[in-house]
Structures are given as structure tokens and as C-alpha cells.
Design a protein around this ligand. Sequence first.
Ligand code: FES
Ligand SMILES: [Fe+2]
Length: 335
Amino acid sequence: MIPNMWYAVLESHEVKPGKPYAFTRLNEDLVFWRDNDEKIVVMRDICPHRQAKLSPGKLVDGNIQCHFHGFQYNQDGGCELIPANGRNGSKPRIFQCWTYPAQEDHGFIWVWTGEPRTAYPPVPFVDGLEEHTYATFQKQWHTHYTRVIQGVLDVSHLPFVHAKTIGRDGKTLVNGPYTTLEDNKIQVWISNQPDVGLPAIKPTEVPPPSTPPTLRFNYPNVWQLWLNDNLSQVIIAAPMDDENTMIYVRNYQKMIKNPVLGKLFARIGNIYNRYVLHEDEEIIVSQTPKKADLDIGERFIPGDRPIALYLKHRRDLILAAQEEQPALTDLPILY
Ligand code: FES
Ligand SMILES: [Fe+2]
């Protein structure tokens, strides 16, 4: 994962009040639950006592109770009760669960991949969809989330993988694409054309477009296809582990103002979107290694600029975070 980022990992409705839920996300087995105010809590799914999973336990008095010996932990991971020591017995600080900063926004649960802070940046969701209604579907792919992101930034595969759907116009020539990177956001203007014998225009030679970008990608895992002011698709590539990703596809629309009909319209659009995503799946899960990175042997053409930029900046963010990291001896002793 890229350190010090908000990753969207689940849709909010996947964690209901009243019980803990186990999900593998961010390469960890995690337990998600809601405290008495229904605020989301995210912990490593392991009890610090004898390392059983916490997720089969219960919620008791706003705490999570381990199923094994009944220890209770609060929303900050602190131990509130060790039944065997008695209600007023000792609760040594070594019984501390690992808790992740988490919040909810735009109907997603976001988890922070770094040390807790006093102030956090906003979640990296895309702007301009506040008046839209949406419908979501999700699909698990057997590959690392970086491959999914590469796939949605790939502008030259359209007439091949999607020859019967979104690439049926046969625009095999990739001019540009004009691509920018600013504030951890990539913007791509697709300008593919049918091949009439002219050479492709290099990304650096395409003049700056005056239209909105076709694709937006906000690090670490939010992507948007902008079709027009009324229609957009958003994909969240939620990392599960090194070989699995949960993909959330949202179809956003604001042509139909009635929320019920609008949602129905968005849902119908997702039948097509699901088919298009399925066209990608077989080829993308076949890419090896499962995790994309610079220096894994891939070679790029000019039209791959968004992908190359994604990988390079991802690497830069990881390296910058490692440089910021305090040396091991400077770390505070937790217990
Ligand atoms: S392992 Fe959880 S209370 Fe003992
Ligand atoms: Fe595709």
C-alpha cells in the first residue's frame, strides 16, 4: 500500500450496526464494527490475548468482545474488561488492539494507511457528483489492485478487448493521450482515432485540450470515467491481498431527478457496465506478476503514458513516505 493515504475499502452498508464483520483489505485480515454512535471502527482481526480472531465475537456495551475468553476492547482498541481478572481487576496496557484511523464519506469506508495524525487530508473522492444518483455493483478479481488501475488507465486496449462494446468504433490509433499529474491526481484526455495512415501524435505534442478530461484517477484507488455532466462511472479498486481486489463500480447519473427512477436508470446502466468489466477480467487477471510496478519487465508505448505515470508516481509516493519514516530506534514504545 502507499503509506499515509485514505483507501476506500468497503461500501458503508457492508458494515451494519450490532455485530462485527471480517474483511480482508489492505493485505490484512480486518474486523469492522460500529460503536454506540455507529461510528466505524477498523481493527486488525486478532485478539492481543491469545490471538484468536475478534470477528466471531459480539458487540457488548459499545465494545467488541472476543469470543475466546471474553476480553472487551473499546473503539480505540483499549482493553476495557478481562473477565478472568474480575470486573474491577487489572487490564494491563499490553492488551491493546491495533486500530486503524477510519471514516465514511460518499458511501464508502476509508482506512488510513499510516500513523494516526491530529489532522488528515480529505478523502480523495472525485468532485462534481453531489447531485447525481448512483447504483453500485462489485466484483472480485484475482489480481493485485495495481493491475486493475493499470487496466482502467489503458487507452489502447479498447478496440481489442472491447471490440463489441465501448471499442467498437475501431479507433486503434492512440493520439497522446494528453495526461497531467497534479496533487496526486492523474487526468487523461482520450483522443483515439481510426488509423488512416497518419502517425500517432506523441503525448508531449498534443495541444492542451479545452474539454474536461475523459479519465480522472485520484491516488490511491479512485477512478472516474467522465462521459458528460450527467453521466459518470466511478471505480474503486479496493486492495484485498497481493492477489485479490474487490472492484466497486458505480454508475452516476443526474438526467433523471426522481431519486427512485434515477437509481433504477443507473442500475440498468450497470448491466452494460458489468458486461464491459467482464471483457477486461480474463485478460487482466492473466497478467504476471499479479502486482504491477516499474521494473517488472513491462515495456511501454507512448499511448501507455497514463499507466507509466501512475506507476512512477506510486513509486515516488512510497519512497517519499519511507524517507519520512522515523528510524526504528525513534519509535515510541507502545506498551
Ligand atoms: S484470545 Fe481473545 S480473549 Fe483470549
Ligand atoms: Fe477495459
